[in-house]
Write a protein that binds this ligand. Sequence first.
Ligand SMILES: [Zn+2]
Ligand SMILES: [Zn+2]
Length: 231
Amino acid sequence: MFDSLNRCPLCGSLVRTTGKLLCPDCWSGCTDALLSHSYSHFCTDCGMPLETAQSGCPRCRADPAAAQLHSRSLFRYAGVIREALLMYKFHDVRELSRLFAFLLDQFVSSFTDRSVIYIPVPCSHESRTRRGWDQMALIAQQLERRGAEVEYGIGRTVRSAQQKHLGKTERHLMPSGSFYRRALPPTASGSQQLYILIDDVYTTGSTLRACSALLRESGRTQIIGLTITMD
Ligand SMILES: [Zn+2]
Ligand SMILES: [Zn+2]
């Protein structure tokens, strides 16, 4: 009998190569879905893939708030990666945190050689209570295991009774009240450190912008957003 660690967490087939998390088919399914494999141009604000070089996508050009934070996403929220995220978050397949950490780290090393600090966006209090763990914190821990630096600089408050009654769209539009800044070490003056806020899904960008505004208050100015998927 093989234990679950010897099976690909996405399709269940046996993984015969030591140290590999996914089977070869699922691995190529993931890497083929990387937006950077299919597109050369991206919106400089939200990271939306574009067919031609333009200064921004139509959505960001219509919304000046989008320019407050430059973001990128590794994948669209679709196909094998959507399945992987759902298995990770809702079926407790926590070993997938290794995969997401690897993909984030690999992407970051492909575009910068600057010193980087990852800051995970915390999940909601409800999700944390239901699941018992925080999906981005777990990925951040895997990044630390890979040698990356992480600051758990953003906290999340319990949603107020008033917010609970808002629809999904309204909550997306006003999430800033549910984040707060934790005590963070002072930044060295003239620091060239790049802070990378990481989250699982980019929807409107308002979550990343709210978190980045909090980090700016602590003197962290060079911040970008990076999400596993874009919805
Ligand atoms: Zn597989
Ligand atoms: Zn855009």
